[in-house]
Design a protein around this ligand. Structure first.
Ligand code: DP6
Length: 349
């Protein structure tokens, strides 16, 4: 017999960034972060997990290619989920798995991303969230989403925020063992449904410096990171929570853009400096800044993760349509810009 579970998890985009760990192994951050989870129809990971007595080892495929599960992060998540497994019974198929059986049974995992892997589009976030969620369903783990988020966190920090929809806060926690470093939902997906999120894929190439090594170097060398984590983010988190609660787009946009810019300033303050944005990213920032200033109140917020792609948050559908028009004007089809092929291609938005 084979027992199968499939799950789909969207990616999330941080509006107050996580950058820096105080514990590398448990993945405990130096500050709280806040994100918005994207619509599951767009950027998401779909994972199918299967268990069968005929499987002789745990195996995994990512986008159709087998990958090694021996890495510490996969192993931590698998171990945490297995240790919480409960009895499973499927009467129709005549399957009965006891709590103890899970230690001996092996799983096969197949995962697909519908967007570029490791191009700064938070693929590890959706990936590990889906990995943990689907295994937890298969193994009948009776834990709430926040507890599961603390397991997903051990796969990739940002993954803990993808266990919820809407606006999500990753509380950094205080415990040395990480038990209180988990995600909570601040507002569900209906709370602020005027917002439209546009992802402008500037480049779908793999990034040069992974988030993991980039943030390690920043922790080791950037003084700005210390200041940011202690002095800036705690205040910003409170202001952002207030802005989300009140659907206050002006504050939301101001905080989102400022936090993205400070995160990239920390990258520049790292030795050697890390450049995630490119000229196209900078041009997008100028376009949005100019537009917001000319309107007197922000219409669009921008944020960039560990890569050059822009995540643009428009205050409503009308603004999103105008934004798209402007992007097409500044990055016309068949010009030299990187952006075109993606704006016009099927990978666009
Ligand atoms: C810039 O979660 O990918 O996207 O915990 O080492 O796996 P690891 O890092 P990761 O870092 C994400 C960094 C970021 C900001 C964010 O998502 O908050």
């Amino acid at each position: 017999w084979v027992l199968v579970v499939t799950a789909r998890t969207p990616t999330n985009i941080a509006v107050i960034k996580y950058w820096g760990k105080r514990d590398e192994k448990l993945i405990l951050p130096v500050n709280d972060s806040i994100s918005v989870t994207l619509d599951p129809d767009h950027l998401c990971t779909t994972t199918t997990v299967a268990v069968s007595p005929s499987f002789d080892q745990d195996r995994m495929w990512l986008n159709g290619k087998e990958i090694s599960l021996s890495g510490g992060r996969f192993q931590s998540c698998l171990r945490e989920i297995r240790s919480r497994a409960s009895d499973v019974e499927d009467k129709e198929k005549g399957i009965k798995i006891s709590k103890e059986d899970w230690e001996k049974l092996h799983v096969h995992i197949a995962s697909y991303n519908n967007f570029p892997t490791a191009a700064g589009l938070a693929s590890s976030a959706a990936g590990f969230a889906c990995f943990v969620f689907s295994l937890a369903k298969l193994m009948n783990v009776n834990e709430d989403q926040s507890k599961l988020s603390a397991i997903a966190r051990q796969g990739s920090g940002s993954a803990c925020r993808s266990l919820f929809g809407g606006f999500v806060k990753w509380i950094m926690g205080k415990d040395k063992n990480g038990s209180d470093s988990l995600a909570v939902q601040l507002a569900d997906e209906e709370h602020w449904d005027d917002l439209v999120i546009l992802v402008a894929v500037v480049s779908s190439r793999q990034k040069e410096t992974s988030s993991t090594s980039g943030m390690r170097e920043s922790v080791e060398t950037s003084l700005l990171l210390q200041h940011r984590a202690k002095e800036v983010v705690p205040k910003r988190i409170l202001q952002m929570e207030e802005a989300i609660k009140n659907r206050d787009f002006a504050s939301f946009a101001q905080l989102t853009c400022a936090d993205s810019n400070q995160f990239h300033a920390v990258c520049l303050d790292t030795s050697p400096p890390i450049f995630y944005m490119n000229d196209t990213s900078h041009k997008i920032i100028s376009i949005v800044e100019k537009w917001n200033r000319s309107e007197g109140t922000p219409q669009v917020a921008y944020t960039f993760d560990a890569g050059p792609n822009a995540v643009l948050i428009a205050r409503n559908r009308k603004v999103a349509a105008l934004l798209l028009q402007r992007l097409l004007f500044y990055f016309p089809p068949n010009s030299d810009s990187d952006l075109n092929s993606y704006i016009h291609g099927d990978k666009s938005i």
